[in-house]
Ligand binder design. Structure first.
Ligand SMILES: Nc1ncnc2c1ncn2[C@@H]1O[C@H](COP(=O)(O)OP(=O)(O)OP(=O)(O)O)[C@@H](O)[C@H]1O
Ligand SMILES: [Mg+2]
Length: 304
């Protein structure tokens, strides 16, 4: 089964593994089915890995992860000769340990480079050469030819400004790009239900509140980057346990808001990044968000 011949059936099956994201799946599939590599640009927790995993599973090929950072040298990406074996046997293709780029090319997998823009220039150049030529000359090993399904998928976080280099136009001109943003509240609620699987009478109310306060962290004026849907998933999971520890029932309106606040502290305080220019703790920001949600807008605190 070649990917090209079944792209429309593929889209259907890939979509079944995701909540929403029809457009992103369609565009990403179109790019990879066209034989192209692509950069997915978006904040954390916006379905990038979930989508790529669904596509590579559909194609029956490996998905390999590499984190882009200053230590990602070309040698790490390509591979190296085992030094002790080289001493005994001299260099040979046999004692070469393939790096993730070489392995992805040989197995026809997707090489997923997260935080692509943090990788050093010479590493980016090695990658671009492999992408353009679909083959790679490795000294003392020979020429590696990529299988037809080999792709490079890169990701970048638009909020990320630590240790990143701005990509030069000679690089960006060689890449396709798709921007992915947070999903709407309804889709995030479905994701939280799916992943946290809360049960019992509190479940719907907790999911709605968790998604609302998590989304509010992205809008708060002191927050540079708020929490992804992962925070809402954990919030619900923590709150379910805390409700049990505290014997809080669904009807216990007086204790419910504090339950949510305490779960917010655990699940969100480490996931929000406060603006460097502001002197305020994450807990204080969360308290403000919680007050806006439960005290200033008490209608939202009502059950149902
Ligand atoms: N559309 C979706 N359908 C189902 N689950 C999703 C969806 N989007 C995100 N999730 C869930 O949310 C979490 C984060 O998603 P994912 O790992 O795909 O994000 P990401 O964009 O790769 O984030 P990062 O940039 O941090 O790697 C996972 O637990 C995943 O299962
Ligand atoms: Mg990911």
């Amino acid at each position: 089964m070649t990917p090209e011949s079944t792209v429309s059936a593929s889209r259907q099956r890939v979509a079944e593994h995701l909540v929403g994201r029809e457009r992103e799946v369609e565009l990403t599939l179109a790019a990879v089915a066209a034989g192209r590599d692509i950069v997915l640009e978006g904040p954390p927790g916006t379905s990038k890995t979930t989508m790529l995993k669904a596509i590579t599973d559909e194609w029956g090929i490996p998905l390999m992860f590499v984190e882009g950072n200053a230590d990602l040298t070309p040698a790490k990406l390509v591979g190296h000769h085992n030094p002790s074996r080289v001493l005994r046997e001299d260099y040979s293709p046999d004692n070469f340990v393939a790096g993730p780029l070489t392995e992805a090319m040989q197995t026809g997998g997707f090489l997923y480079i997260e935080e692509f823009n943090r990788a050093p220039d010479d590493t980016l150049n090695t990658l671009l050469t492999a992408m353009a030529d679909r083959r790679l000359a490795i000294p003392r090993v020979g020429m590696i030819e990529a299988l037809p399904t080999f792709r490079v998928i890169a990701s970048m976080n638009p909020y990320d400004n630590v240790g990143t280099t701005k990509l030069s136009s000679s690089i960006t001109d060689r890449l396709n790009r798709l921007s992915v943003d947070y999903q709407n509240a309804e889709a995030e609620e479905r994701i939280v239900h799916l992943r946290a699987k809360p049960e019992g009478a509190l479940a719907d109310r907790l999911v709605a509140d968790a998604v609302a306060v998590t989304r509010a962290t992205r809008e708060h004026p002191y927050v540079r980057q708020g929490s992804s849907v992962r925070g809402a998933i954990d919030l619900v999971a923590v709150a379910v346990q805390l409700a049990e520890l505290r014997s809080i029932e669904a009807t216990d309106d007086s204790r419910y808001p504090e339950l949510v606040f305490d779960s917010m502290v655990v699940s969100l305080s480490g996931r929000i990044h406060i603006d460097e220019a502001v002197d305020i703790s994450p807990e204080a920001v969360l308290r403000e968000i919680w007050q806006d949600h439960f005290v200033l807008d008490p209608a939202l605190a009502e059950p149902g």
